[in-house]
Structure formats: C-alpha cells, structure tokens
Design a protein around this ligand. Structure first.
Ligand code: AVI
Length: 327
C-alpha cells in the first residue's frame, strides 16, 4: 500500500462515456413510465444548481445535517479507535466534512473524497485545503468503486469512518439502498463505522416546498438534465415545454419528480438514434427522494450487518444522522 501524498488526486476511474450516457438515456426513456437516471444531474452546472438548492429556505437537509455534525462531532467520533481516517461518499462541495473536521478538534491522518463529479471534487479540495489537512486524497468514481479504492488506501492500523451524508441514500430505491449499505458494511472491519444522513418523513406540504420551491431552483436542476441531453447528445428538447412536477407518494414514502410535457411534441436524441413522442401531460420521471422513519434507518443498518446504530435527530427539520458500528 502506498502512502498517499498530501492533496493527491487519485487516477480518474473510467467515466461514463458519451456512449454510456446515450445508451442509458435511450434505455430509460423507453421504459414505462418514461424515466431519466438522476445520476446524470451532476455536471458542472447541475452541481452548482444543487449547491443553490442546499441554500434554499425550503430545503432544510443541508442546514439540519450541518448543525447536527457541528453539535455532535466529538460524540460521533468517540468510539472509533485512533487514529481515525475518514472517507466521504459523494462529498459534494466538502462543506459538511469541513464542519465535522472543524468541530472534532483533532487531526486525522488521511481524508478521502469520493465523488462522480469533477466539479464537486474541485470545490471540496479547495475548501478542505484551506483547513491545512495533513493528507487529502480524491477519487473521481462511483460510490462502489470509490469505496474500494479508499479502503485499499487505508493506513494499516487506522480505523475508517465512512460518511454517506446529505440523504444521498434517499435517491436509491430501497432494494438498491439496502445493497449499498451491505456493500459498505462488507468492506469495513471491527472498529470502523458508517455515518449515514437520512431525511425523515415529514408533512407533505414541507416536502412539496422542498422539491418544488417557489424560486424554481429545483425545477431548473431537473431541467438542466434535458439541457445536458441537448448539448451532449444532440437532443431537441424544447426546455420551455416541459414543466416541473413534484408528487409525494405516501405509500412508497418518496417524493417523485417529473417533467411534464406542455402539449404534443416529439423530441429527437441524435446520439441515441431515438425519437420520443409526447402527448399533453405525458411525463418523464427524473428523480425519487425516499424519506425514512428513524427506526427504519436503524433496521436497515442492522439488516446490512452493522452491529449497532446510534442516532442524532433534528426533530424540527426531521433529519437523522445515524452512526453504525462494526464489532
Ligand atoms: C442529492 N439528493 C439527496 C437530493 C435530494 O434531496 O433528494 C437531490 C435533490 N433533488 C432535488 N432537490 C434535491
């Protein structure tokens, strides 16, 4: 195992190519109902719009989680054998990691950042460098691949705290989320832990304001994927002719986001050699955001093989941080 240099960027993993993007778009748009994979939201503009969402008064996840991290950092880290290294899946701008590190009041021999978005990794590196961390390693990779790489880099005696924050788990369907938790558990060893951020079920009104905000930033976030398809795959989406719709599906405990066709229209996507016809009100399902009950989060972690879960909850914003231990 090589000792990581300070602020090193790990070699880029194979990125979804234009062909992979085109193939995914083609496959998802032909599903019933029509869909688009939300992992493609996060190009440079999409990542910047997401940062704006995190600052919206109606989207409370980021602020609630940051406050919990600032308040409970020492308790969260207390049971981990020293030295502790940290690996964050989907680090985004690195803001929450910086809060945790600042509030922990100790030094960590290695911090690893994992994100599919180069723009996000750049933001996170810039922010964390300013903290003067001893060693920072970034992996441009999917969660699974980044996790494997991070575990390969763990210094022999150190424990690992994996951060999976921001309710990113909520963007996966429950069986996939379960598989991911089990995957994380599978690479950890005794003394390691996972810190999971999950948004909780809350009144429908609050959820709809969070995912269909009055400033239409979330609408722009979704619409940007159609813009991206136009720019990168030769698509002909008329952006003004697809409205944003957010729906709370109480039975499935998820907010669903859709783009709804304003009228009859046909869209061509040249790189996918695909024509898609829309009738008025036909929609494309672009994203789901699953919400949990606190006990359900604990059950999922234990079912994935973790030995114990401890929770810190913001009862007002309805958000939970759960530390799952391995013993
Ligand atoms: C990244 N993820 C947790 C966000 C969420 O809340 O599901 C993505 C998002 N989509 C619209 N607003 C925020």
């Amino acid at each position: 195992m090589s000792k990581p240099d300070t602020h090193r960027r790990a070699p880029a993993s194979p990125q979804p190519s234009e062909a992979g993007f085109a193939a995914d778009i083609c496959e998802y748009l032909q599903r019933t109902p029509r869909q688009l994979p939300s992992k493609y939201f996060y190009d440079e503009l999409g990542s910047a719009i997401f940062e704006a969402i995190c600052r919206l008064p109606w989207y409370r996840i980021t602020r609630a989680e940051s406050a919990l991290l600032a308040r409970h950092a020492r308790q969260i880290l207390a049971p981990l054998p020293r030295p502790v290294t940290i690996a964050e899946l989907g680090c985004g701008s690195g803001e929450k990691l910086a809060i945790l590190l600042g509030a922990a009041g100790e030094r960590f021999p290695l911090i690893q950042l994992i994100d599919i978005s180069p723009a996000a990794l750049d933001m996170a590196q810039y922010r964390l460098r300013a903290l003067g961390l001893p060693s920072l390693l970034s992996h441009r990779a999917t969660y699974e691949e980044g996790l494997d790489r991070a575990i390969r880099q763990r210094p022999g005696k150190a424990s690992v705290l994996v951060l999976f924050l921001g309710s990113n788990i909520g963007n996966f369907d429950p069986p996939v989320a379960r598989g991911l938790l089990a995957r994380i558990r599978g690479v950890l060893r005794e003394g390691d832990a996972l810190l999971l951020g999950s948004d909780l079920v809350k009144p429908e009104r609050d959820l709809l304001l969070a995912y269909d905000d009055p400033l239409q930033v979330t609408a722009a976030f979704n619409l940007n994927l159609l813009r991206r398809i136009n720019d990168e795959l030769g698509g002909t989406f008329d952006l003004g002719r697809f409205a944003h719709r957010a729906v709370w599906n109480a039975a499935e405990r998820r907010v669903e986001m859709h783009r709804v066709s304003r009228g009859r229209q046909t869209v061509r996507i040249a790189a996918a050699n695909l024509d898609v016809a829309f009738e008025p009100d036909d929609s494309i399902w672009t994203e789901s955001s699953h919400k949990y009950e606190p006990s359900q989060v604990l059950d999922e972690g234990l079912a994935a093989g973790f030995s114990r879960g401890e929770q810190w909850i913001d009862a007002d914003a309805r958000f939970a941080l759960t530390r799952f231990s391995v013993s």
